[in-house]
Design a protein around this ligand. Structure first.
Ligand SMILES: Nc1ncnc2c1ncn2[C@@H]1O[C@H](COP(=O)(O)OP(=O)(O)OP(=O)(O)O)[C@@H](O)[C@H]1O
Ligand SMILES: [Mg+2]
Length: 286
């Protein structure tokens, strides 16, 4: 097992009280497999991934649980140890790419830096070729011109592609992708998803993929967990989930799209009946 999350609880503290963003969830990811987390806005998807990366910020904090990465509990690691694992064995593509690109360096330099650390056998010239190749692979137009650009000169979609190129450059064991393609147009989105699947097939990378888009789930996932108000209400293989959703919330999610398997792109998961409290129903973990 590459990643095992046990009883993870992440909470925010304020004078108004405690907000439990992630409420004692459990899941695991096998080597070379993709787990998708789905759920509506605010259900705790990003907080789950930030908890794994050790990036939850005050007033938030992981208050309970264990996160085993290759049998080591990440919650027991020091800041330095976590930092070494991050961007090395675990890479993350964020919802908002500006947060993880350094505004003071060109995007080419930033990827070159990753290659210098992770692919030590490459010469300087080979690295430059590889950076441009990576830019081309993720669909950045005029890739060789973009090498010397600063992040703020690129469009949102281009910055997101730079992030993906950077994550691919370090060839991580685990790639955490939080809505990585939301800002991209449909053609580029499809290319980027294919690239991630290539990475998984060729390098055995495991992927934790967060998305609202059920068409993307169908294309990417081996396993799926459905989150609702910080809880995992259902966990199943992708096939099982679409063929035979068990939890009422999952049924409602799938019901909010036309035909499973023939899902329209960008079908968002936001039309679920708010008057029901789906936590009143039992969990469906298979
Ligand atoms: N700084 C904060 N202070 C208090 N609560 C927070 C803070 N950041 C996030 N939360 C809470 O954590 C919960 C989960 O948020 P999270 O960002 O994980 O949702 P999400 O599922 O990723 O949503 P989205 O699909 O919109 O990205 C929410 O209830 C949110 O209010
Ligand atoms: Mg989020």
């Amino acid at each position: 097992m590459l990643l095992e999350v046990k009883n993870l609880k992440t909470q925010f503290f304020s004078n108004k009280g405690i907000n439990t963003a992630v409420n004692s969830i459990n899941f695991h990811i096998k080597e070379g497999k993709t787990l998708c987390i789905v759920g509506e806005s605010g259900s705790g998807k990003s907080m789950t991934s930030l908890s794994i990366m050790g990036l939850v910020e005050e007033p938030g904090r992981v208050t309970d649980g264990e996160i085993f990465f290759k049998n080591n509990n990440l919650l027991k690691k020091t800041k330095n140890e976590i930092q070494a694992i991050r961007g090395n064995e675990i890479a993350m593509i964020f919802q908002e790419p500006m947060t993880s690109l350094n505004p003071s360096y060109t995007v080419g330099y930033q990827i070159d830096e990753v290659l210098r650390l992770h692919q030590k056998s490459l010469t300087k010239e080979q690295r430059k070729i590889r950076v441009i190749e990576l830019f081309e692979e993720v669909g950045i137009p005029l890739a060789s011109d973009k090498y010397n650009e600063y992040p703020f000169k690129l469009s949102g979609g281009q910055r997101q592609r730079v992030m993906i190129a950077m994550a691919m450059a370090c060839e991580p064991k685990l790639l955490i992708a939080d809505e990585p393609t939301t800002a991209l147009d449909v053609t580029i989105q499809a290319q980027v998803l294919d690239l991630m699947n290539d990475l998984k097939e060729k390098k055995g990378t495991s992927i934790l993929f967060i998305t609202h888009d059920l068409a993307v789930v169908a294309q990417m996932a081996d396993e799926v967990i459905v989150m609702y108000k910080g809880n995992v209400v259902e966990q199943a293989s992708v096939k099982e989930l679409f063929a035979n959703p068990k939890h009422p919330y999952t049924k409602a999610l799938l019901g909010s799209i036309p035909i499973p398997g023939k899902v329209k792109r960008k079908s968002r998961l936001e039309t679920v009946d708010d008057k029901l409290n789906y936590l009143d129903f039992p969990k469906e973990i298979r």
